[in-house]
Design a protein around this ligand. Sequence first.
Ligand SMILES: Cc1cc2nc3c(=O)[nH]c(=O)nc-3n(C[C@H](O)[C@H](O)[C@H](O)COP(=O)(O)O)c2cc1C
Length: 196
Amino acid sequence: MQENDFDLDKFGINEGISETIVTTTNGWTLNAAPMGIIRKKDKTFIRLFKGSTTYENVVSGKLLVANITSDPELFALSTFTDLDDPSFENVSFDGITISTLKEAQSWVVFECVNTKLTSEAFVAELVPIRAHINKCRIKAPNRALFGVIEACIHATRYHLTGDEKYVKLIKAYGDLVDKCGGDSEKEAMKIIYEYL
Ligand SMILES: Cc1cc2nc3c(=O)[nH]c(=O)nc-3n(C[C@H](O)[C@H](O)[C@H](O)COP(=O)(O)O)c2cc1C
């Protein structure tokens, strides 16, 4: 795959909201967290709510890497913990060094333009400046992966609000993971329960 071919479909970022793991840095510390990349026709956006490290890093650096992965444990770990340094890989081009996730199937580096800062969030249009495919693994959709992703989202809402309704939802997704998941999805669910 040509490194500068920016047809985002080829890198796994399609119309709608793609759940990616965004890697950023403040210059000395690396960070990874799940974030949705929004594509509407020929425009791509991100909305980052105040309070996260990703928000701080992107507001100051205006640069991010969207990593595409179907690894349930990476989604759970990056939601609640700081990934360790060996999880990342440095890539340099045009005088810029970025950090991607070693396990990503593909990644796209985006520059933020037409940015808007509100009292709650930072919204930016994203312009791809580099993209790469690492490996393509064929994997049939497994409902347990989506269960893990939904449970991670409800867990972040639970942390924000303390509302017990999110715990109920997480448990329902936990049942789905028990039924449909493999070891990796079950391990991810354990991580979620640990950090609730
Ligand atoms: C699947 C998924 C998608 C998410 N998408 C977003 C998003 O688009 N914008 C956002 O601000 N937070 C989003 N979050 C919440 C952040 O990932 C979460 O707040 C995380 O703890 C931030 O980590 P950080 O402080 O290391 O950046 C999402 C969470 C999940 C699980």
